[in-house]
Write a protein that binds this ligand. Structure first.
Ligand SMILES: Cc1cc2nc3c(=O)[nH]c(=O)nc-3n(C[C@H](O)[C@H](O)[C@H](O)COP(=O)(O)OP(=O)(O)OC[C@H]3O[C@@H](n4cnc5c(N)ncnc54)[C@H](O)[C@@H]3O)c2cc1C
Length: 332
Protein backbone atom coordinates (compact mmCIF):
# COMPACT_ATOMS: atom_id res chain seq x y z
CA UNK A 1 0.00 0.00 0.00
CA UNK A 2 1.20 3.57 -0.66
CA UNK A 3 3.02 5.14 2.26
CA UNK A 4 1.60 8.62 2.92
CA UNK A 5 4.94 9.79 4.35
CA UNK A 6 6.36 9.63 0.80
CA UNK A 7 4.92 11.88 -1.93
CA UNK A 8 5.90 13.19 -5.33
CA UNK A 9 8.12 12.03 -8.17
CA UNK A 10 11.81 12.90 -8.14
CA UNK A 11 14.08 12.67 -11.17
CA UNK A 12 17.79 12.98 -11.61
CA UNK A 13 18.65 15.79 -14.03
CA UNK A 14 22.11 14.68 -15.08
CA UNK A 15 24.29 17.36 -16.63
CA UNK A 16 26.64 16.28 -19.39
CA UNK A 17 30.29 17.34 -19.59
CA UNK A 18 29.26 19.86 -22.24
CA UNK A 19 26.94 21.31 -19.57
CA UNK A 20 23.53 20.52 -20.94
CA UNK A 21 20.80 18.43 -19.37
CA UNK A 22 21.01 14.84 -20.57
CA UNK A 23 18.15 14.00 -22.97
CA UNK A 24 17.17 10.97 -20.88
CA UNK A 25 15.95 13.42 -18.21
CA UNK A 26 13.40 14.89 -20.63
CA UNK A 27 12.30 11.41 -21.68
CA UNK A 28 11.77 10.43 -18.04
CA UNK A 29 10.00 13.70 -17.40
CA UNK A 30 7.35 12.97 -20.05
CA UNK A 31 6.66 9.69 -18.30
CA UNK A 32 6.72 11.40 -14.90
CA UNK A 33 3.88 13.71 -16.02
CA UNK A 34 1.82 10.68 -17.00
CA UNK A 35 2.52 8.99 -13.63
CA UNK A 36 1.83 12.23 -11.77
CA UNK A 37 -1.64 12.46 -13.34
CA UNK A 38 -2.40 8.89 -12.32
CA UNK A 39 -1.33 9.76 -8.78
CA UNK A 40 -3.72 12.71 -8.70
CA UNK A 41 -1.21 15.43 -9.62
CA UNK A 42 1.91 14.39 -7.71
CA UNK A 43 4.62 17.06 -7.51
CA UNK A 44 7.56 16.58 -9.87
CA UNK A 45 11.01 17.53 -8.66
CA UNK A 46 14.49 17.31 -10.15
CA UNK A 47 17.92 16.93 -8.59
CA UNK A 48 20.86 18.63 -10.22
CA UNK A 49 24.59 18.85 -9.45
CA UNK A 50 25.68 22.09 -11.06
CA UNK A 51 28.90 24.03 -11.24
CA UNK A 52 28.82 27.35 -9.32
CA UNK A 53 26.43 30.00 -10.70
CA UNK A 54 25.22 27.84 -13.59
CA UNK A 55 21.75 26.75 -12.45
CA UNK A 56 20.02 29.88 -13.80
CA UNK A 57 20.99 28.79 -17.30
CA UNK A 58 18.64 25.83 -16.97
CA UNK A 59 15.65 27.74 -15.58
CA UNK A 60 13.78 27.86 -18.93
CA UNK A 61 14.19 24.14 -19.54
CA UNK A 62 12.87 23.17 -16.11
CA UNK A 63 9.97 25.65 -16.25
CA UNK A 64 8.85 24.70 -19.77
CA UNK A 65 8.94 21.04 -18.89
CA UNK A 66 6.76 21.48 -15.81
CA UNK A 67 9.23 20.69 -13.04
CA UNK A 68 7.73 22.02 -9.80
CA UNK A 69 10.94 22.04 -7.76
CA UNK A 70 14.63 21.79 -8.53
CA UNK A 71 16.92 20.80 -5.69
CA UNK A 72 20.43 21.75 -6.68
CA UNK A 73 23.92 21.44 -5.29
CA UNK A 74 26.50 23.96 -6.45
CA UNK A 75 30.07 23.27 -5.52
CA UNK A 76 33.41 23.22 -7.35
CA UNK A 77 33.94 19.68 -6.04
CA UNK A 78 30.86 18.52 -7.94
CA UNK A 79 32.05 19.64 -11.36
CA UNK A 80 33.11 16.10 -12.23
CA UNK A 81 31.03 13.08 -11.30
CA UNK A 82 32.10 11.56 -8.00
CA UNK A 83 30.46 8.38 -6.74
CA UNK A 84 31.09 9.28 -3.10
CA UNK A 85 30.00 12.92 -3.26
CA UNK A 86 26.97 12.53 -5.51
CA UNK A 87 25.54 9.45 -3.82
CA UNK A 88 25.93 10.92 -0.31
CA UNK A 89 24.26 14.24 -1.16
CA UNK A 90 21.54 12.53 -3.22
CA UNK A 91 20.77 10.00 -0.46
CA UNK A 92 20.54 12.70 2.20
CA UNK A 93 18.22 14.73 -0.01
CA UNK A 94 15.92 11.77 -0.65
CA UNK A 95 15.79 11.09 3.09
CA UNK A 96 14.74 14.68 3.63
CA UNK A 97 12.26 15.15 0.73
CA UNK A 98 10.85 11.59 0.78
CA UNK A 99 9.63 11.20 -2.81
CA UNK A 100 7.44 8.17 -3.44
CA UNK A 101 9.09 7.52 -6.82
CA UNK A 102 12.70 8.17 -7.81
CA UNK A 103 13.65 7.86 -11.49
CA UNK A 104 17.20 7.92 -12.84
CA UNK A 105 18.39 7.62 -16.45
CA UNK A 106 20.42 4.46 -17.03
CA UNK A 107 23.42 6.34 -18.40
CA UNK A 108 26.91 5.27 -17.31
CA UNK A 109 26.60 7.73 -14.43
CA UNK A 110 23.05 6.73 -13.53
CA UNK A 111 24.02 3.06 -13.49
CA UNK A 112 26.68 3.87 -10.92
CA UNK A 113 24.59 6.23 -8.84
CA UNK A 114 21.19 4.48 -8.65
CA UNK A 115 22.28 1.22 -6.98
CA UNK A 116 24.36 3.12 -4.42
CA UNK A 117 21.39 5.29 -3.49
CA UNK A 118 18.99 2.35 -3.33
CA UNK A 119 21.31 0.33 -1.14
CA UNK A 120 21.95 3.31 1.18
CA UNK A 121 18.18 3.81 1.45
CA UNK A 122 17.42 0.07 1.81
CA UNK A 123 14.93 0.25 -0.99
CA UNK A 124 14.44 -1.69 -4.22
CA UNK A 125 15.63 -0.63 -7.65
CA UNK A 126 14.25 -1.94 -10.93
CA UNK A 127 16.92 -1.33 -13.53
CA UNK A 128 16.61 -0.83 -17.30
CA UNK A 129 12.83 -0.58 -17.35
CA UNK A 130 11.01 -0.41 -20.63
CA UNK A 131 7.68 0.74 -19.18
CA UNK A 132 6.51 2.51 -16.04
CA UNK A 133 2.93 2.74 -14.83
CA UNK A 134 0.86 3.17 -11.70
CA UNK A 135 -1.10 0.07 -10.69
CA UNK A 136 -4.59 -0.06 -9.17
CA UNK A 137 -3.09 0.27 -5.68
CA UNK A 138 -1.22 3.42 -6.60
CA UNK A 139 2.18 1.71 -6.70
CA UNK A 140 4.87 2.06 -9.34
CA UNK A 141 4.64 -0.87 -11.75
CA UNK A 142 8.06 -1.10 -13.40
CA UNK A 143 8.37 -3.45 -16.38
CA UNK A 144 11.65 -4.86 -17.64
CA UNK A 145 12.81 -7.87 -19.67
CA UNK A 146 13.80 -10.96 -17.72
CA UNK A 147 14.95 -14.55 -18.41
CA UNK A 148 17.28 -13.34 -21.14
CA UNK A 149 14.59 -11.16 -22.67
CA UNK A 150 12.10 -14.02 -23.16
CA UNK A 151 9.66 -12.59 -20.61
CA UNK A 152 8.55 -9.16 -19.45
CA UNK A 153 8.29 -8.86 -15.67
CA UNK A 154 6.35 -6.09 -13.93
CA UNK A 155 8.01 -5.41 -10.62
CA UNK A 156 6.60 -3.67 -7.56
CA UNK A 157 8.82 -2.29 -4.83
CA UNK A 158 8.04 -2.95 -1.15
CA UNK A 159 9.99 0.00 0.22
CA UNK A 160 10.19 3.73 -0.46
CA UNK A 161 11.10 5.51 -2.57
CA UNK A 162 10.22 3.13 -5.39
CA UNK A 163 13.25 3.41 -7.64
CA UNK A 164 13.67 2.67 -11.33
CA UNK A 165 16.21 3.37 -14.05
CA UNK A 166 15.37 3.69 -17.74
CA UNK A 167 17.83 3.73 -20.61
CA UNK A 168 18.06 6.66 -23.02
CA UNK A 169 15.69 6.44 -26.03
CA UNK A 170 13.16 4.16 -24.34
CA UNK A 171 10.57 6.93 -23.80
CA UNK A 172 9.73 9.54 -26.39
CA UNK A 173 9.76 13.30 -25.81
CA UNK A 174 6.56 14.87 -27.18
CA UNK A 175 7.68 18.47 -26.65
CA UNK A 176 4.50 19.43 -24.81
CA UNK A 177 4.84 22.75 -23.02
CA UNK A 178 3.97 22.13 -19.37
CA UNK A 179 4.97 25.59 -18.19
CA UNK A 180 5.13 26.13 -14.41
CA UNK A 181 7.01 28.52 -12.17
CA UNK A 182 9.77 26.28 -10.91
CA UNK A 183 11.01 26.72 -7.37
CA UNK A 184 14.80 26.44 -7.12
CA UNK A 185 16.09 25.18 -3.79
CA UNK A 186 19.82 25.32 -3.14
CA UNK A 187 21.09 22.57 -0.89
CA UNK A 188 24.02 22.62 1.46
CA UNK A 189 27.19 20.80 0.40
CA UNK A 190 29.26 21.25 3.58
CA UNK A 191 29.03 17.53 4.33
CA UNK A 192 31.56 17.05 1.52
CA UNK A 193 34.25 18.40 3.89
CA UNK A 194 33.98 15.21 5.92
CA UNK A 195 34.07 12.85 2.91
CA UNK A 196 36.96 11.42 0.96
CA UNK A 197 36.73 11.33 -2.78
CA UNK A 198 38.63 8.21 -3.74
CA UNK A 199 39.02 9.07 -7.40
CA UNK A 200 41.06 11.95 -8.72
CA UNK A 201 40.25 12.85 -12.31
CA UNK A 202 43.35 14.05 -14.11
CA UNK A 203 42.12 14.52 -17.65
CA UNK A 204 39.21 13.73 -19.97
CA UNK A 205 40.01 12.37 -23.40
CA UNK A 206 37.45 12.04 -26.13
CA UNK A 207 37.80 8.75 -27.94
CA UNK A 208 37.62 8.67 -31.72
CA UNK A 209 34.81 6.18 -31.26
CA UNK A 210 32.77 8.77 -29.37
CA UNK A 211 33.24 11.31 -32.10
CA UNK A 212 32.32 9.12 -35.01
CA UNK A 213 29.70 6.95 -33.41
CA UNK A 214 26.99 9.11 -32.04
CA UNK A 215 24.59 6.24 -32.10
CA UNK A 216 22.21 7.57 -29.44
CA UNK A 217 20.97 10.46 -31.56
CA UNK A 218 21.48 9.08 -35.07
CA UNK A 219 18.62 9.46 -37.55
CA UNK A 220 19.81 6.45 -39.52
CA UNK A 221 21.35 3.39 -37.92
CA UNK A 222 22.88 0.69 -40.11
CA UNK A 223 23.42 -2.34 -37.91
CA UNK A 224 25.34 -5.49 -38.70
CA UNK A 225 25.03 -9.00 -37.33
CA UNK A 226 26.75 -12.34 -37.78
CA UNK A 227 25.44 -12.59 -41.34
CA UNK A 228 28.26 -10.18 -42.19
CA UNK A 229 30.63 -12.94 -41.11
CA UNK A 230 33.97 -11.14 -40.60
CA UNK A 231 35.96 -7.86 -40.61
CA UNK A 232 35.49 -7.55 -44.38
CA UNK A 233 31.73 -7.67 -43.89
CA UNK A 234 31.93 -4.89 -41.31
CA UNK A 235 34.21 -2.80 -43.55
CA UNK A 236 31.54 -3.09 -46.23
CA UNK A 237 28.89 -2.18 -43.64
CA UNK A 238 30.88 0.95 -42.71
CA UNK A 239 31.06 2.02 -46.39
CA UNK A 240 27.37 1.24 -46.88
CA UNK A 241 26.48 3.28 -43.79
CA UNK A 242 28.69 6.13 -44.93
CA UNK A 243 26.99 6.23 -48.34
CA UNK A 244 23.54 6.31 -46.69
CA UNK A 245 24.57 8.84 -44.04
CA UNK A 246 24.02 6.41 -41.18
CA UNK A 247 25.86 5.35 -38.04
CA UNK A 248 27.00 1.77 -37.55
CA UNK A 249 25.52 -0.45 -34.84
CA UNK A 250 25.99 -4.16 -34.15
CA UNK A 251 24.54 -7.23 -32.50
CA UNK A 252 26.10 -8.79 -29.44
CA UNK A 253 27.71 -11.77 -31.23
CA UNK A 254 29.27 -9.33 -33.70
CA UNK A 255 30.71 -7.37 -30.76
CA UNK A 256 31.84 -10.53 -28.98
CA UNK A 257 33.63 -11.61 -32.15
CA UNK A 258 35.55 -8.34 -32.22
CA UNK A 259 33.81 -7.01 -35.35
CA UNK A 260 32.54 -3.85 -33.63
CA UNK A 261 33.17 -2.10 -30.28
CA UNK A 262 30.83 -2.69 -27.35
CA UNK A 263 29.79 0.97 -27.43
CA UNK A 264 27.76 0.28 -30.60
CA UNK A 265 26.06 -2.90 -29.38
CA UNK A 266 22.29 -2.61 -29.62
CA UNK A 267 19.88 -4.61 -27.51
CA UNK A 268 19.13 -5.77 -24.03
CA UNK A 269 22.74 -5.64 -22.87
CA UNK A 270 23.70 -2.76 -25.16
CA UNK A 271 22.06 0.47 -26.23
CA UNK A 272 18.47 1.35 -27.04
CA UNK A 273 18.13 3.40 -30.22
CA UNK A 274 15.15 5.16 -31.72
CA UNK A 275 16.29 6.36 -35.17
CA UNK A 276 14.06 7.38 -38.05
CA UNK A 277 15.46 4.50 -40.12
CA UNK A 278 17.04 1.28 -38.84
CA UNK A 279 18.65 -1.02 -41.38
CA UNK A 280 19.29 -4.49 -39.97
CA UNK A 281 21.93 -6.26 -42.10
CA UNK A 282 22.50 -9.98 -41.55
CA UNK A 283 20.66 -9.87 -38.22
CA UNK A 284 18.33 -12.74 -37.29
CA UNK A 285 16.03 -10.65 -35.05
CA UNK A 286 16.42 -12.26 -31.61
CA UNK A 287 14.30 -10.55 -28.97
CA UNK A 288 17.45 -9.55 -27.03
CA UNK A 289 18.42 -7.49 -30.05
CA UNK A 290 15.01 -6.16 -31.07
CA UNK A 291 14.21 -4.69 -27.61
CA UNK A 292 16.96 -2.18 -28.38
CA UNK A 293 15.65 -1.09 -31.80
CA UNK A 294 11.96 -1.92 -32.24
CA UNK A 295 10.93 1.68 -31.57
CA UNK A 296 12.67 2.88 -34.73
CA UNK A 297 10.23 4.72 -37.03
CA UNK A 298 11.02 2.53 -40.05
CA UNK A 299 12.83 -0.81 -39.96
CA UNK A 300 14.46 -2.21 -43.08
CA UNK A 301 15.84 -5.75 -42.89
CA UNK A 302 18.32 -7.35 -45.29
CA UNK A 303 18.60 -11.08 -44.72
CA UNK A 304 19.10 -14.05 -47.03
CA UNK A 305 16.71 -16.23 -45.01
CA UNK A 306 13.08 -15.38 -45.84
CA UNK A 307 12.02 -16.94 -42.52
CA UNK A 308 14.33 -14.83 -40.34
CA UNK A 309 12.32 -13.40 -37.38
CA UNK A 310 13.61 -9.88 -38.15
CA UNK A 311 11.09 -9.79 -41.03
CA UNK A 312 8.25 -10.04 -38.47
CA UNK A 313 9.03 -6.53 -37.20
CA UNK A 314 10.46 -5.02 -40.41
CA UNK A 315 8.46 -2.41 -42.33
CA UNK A 316 10.50 -3.21 -45.44
CA UNK A 317 12.11 -6.59 -45.98
CA UNK A 318 14.81 -7.37 -48.53
CA UNK A 319 15.51 -11.09 -48.96
CA UNK A 320 19.00 -11.38 -50.37
CA UNK A 321 22.72 -11.44 -49.83
CA UNK A 322 23.96 -8.40 -47.89
CA UNK A 323 27.31 -8.39 -49.70
CA UNK A 324 25.72 -8.14 -53.13
CA UNK A 325 23.11 -5.58 -52.12
CA UNK A 326 25.53 -3.31 -50.25
CA UNK A 327 28.15 -3.48 -53.00
CA UNK A 328 25.60 -2.56 -55.69
CA UNK A 329 24.29 0.33 -53.59
CA UNK A 330 27.80 1.69 -52.93
CA UNK A 331 28.60 1.59 -56.66
CA UNK A 332 25.38 3.39 -57.63
C1 LIG B 1 21.04 -12.47 -21.64
C2 LIG B 1 21.28 -12.19 -23.09
C3 LIG B 1 21.47 -10.89 -23.50
C4 LIG B 1 21.66 -10.62 -24.84
N1 LIG B 1 21.82 -9.32 -25.23
C5 LIG B 1 21.93 -9.05 -26.54
C6 LIG B 1 22.05 -7.70 -26.99
O1 LIG B 1 22.08 -6.74 -26.22
N2 LIG B 1 22.11 -7.49 -28.32
C7 LIG B 1 22.11 -8.51 -29.26
O2 LIG B 1 22.16 -8.22 -30.46
N3 LIG B 1 22.03 -9.77 -28.84
C8 LIG B 1 21.96 -10.07 -27.53
N4 LIG B 1 21.90 -11.38 -27.14
C9 LIG B 1 22.10 -12.43 -28.17
C10 LIG B 1 20.83 -12.76 -28.94
O3 LIG B 1 20.10 -13.74 -28.25
C11 LIG B 1 21.16 -13.31 -30.35
O4 LIG B 1 22.00 -14.41 -30.21
C12 LIG B 1 21.84 -12.29 -31.27
O5 LIG B 1 21.11 -11.09 -31.32
C13 LIG B 1 21.96 -12.85 -32.67
O6 LIG B 1 22.87 -12.06 -33.37
P1 LIG B 1 22.90 -12.00 -34.95
O7 LIG B 1 21.54 -11.68 -35.46
O8 LIG B 1 24.04 -11.12 -35.33
O9 LIG B 1 23.37 -13.48 -35.36
P2 LIG B 1 22.57 -14.73 -35.90
O10 LIG B 1 21.45 -15.06 -35.00
O11 LIG B 1 23.60 -15.76 -36.16
O12 LIG B 1 21.93 -14.24 -37.27
C14 LIG B 1 22.63 -13.99 -38.44
C15 LIG B 1 21.62 -13.70 -39.52
O13 LIG B 1 22.30 -13.33 -40.70
C16 LIG B 1 21.63 -13.91 -41.81
N5 LIG B 1 22.62 -14.02 -42.89
C17 LIG B 1 23.64 -14.92 -43.04
N6 LIG B 1 24.36 -14.63 -44.15
C18 LIG B 1 23.78 -13.55 -44.71
C19 LIG B 1 24.07 -12.81 -45.89
N7 LIG B 1 25.12 -13.10 -46.68
N8 LIG B 1 23.27 -11.76 -46.20
C20 LIG B 1 22.20 -11.44 -45.41
N9 LIG B 1 21.90 -12.12 -44.28
C21 LIG B 1 22.67 -13.16 -43.94
C22 LIG B 1 21.12 -15.25 -41.32
O14 LIG B 1 20.02 -15.70 -42.09
C23 LIG B 1 20.73 -14.91 -39.89
O15 LIG B 1 19.36 -14.54 -39.81
C24 LIG B 1 21.71 -11.67 -25.80
C25 LIG B 1 21.51 -12.99 -25.37
C26 LIG B 1 21.30 -13.24 -24.03
C27 LIG B 1 21.08 -14.67 -23.61
Amino acid sequence: MPNSEYTGIMLYAQLTRENYIHTVFFELLEKAHELSQKLGGAEISAVCFASPDSIEGFRGAFENMGVNKVYYFEDKRLQNYSTEYYSKLFTNLVNEVKPEILLIGATNQGRDLAPRISSALHTGLTADCIELDINEKGLLAATRPTFGGELMATILCKNYPQMATVRPNVFKVHNVNYHVNTEFIKKDTSILDSLTNHVEILEFKKTVENEINNLDNADIVVAGGMGLKNEKGFELLQKFAHKIGGIVGATRPAVENGLAPHSVQIGQTGKTVRPKIYIACGISGAVQHTVGMDKAEHIIAINNDPNAPIFDIADTGIVGDFFEIAQKYIEM
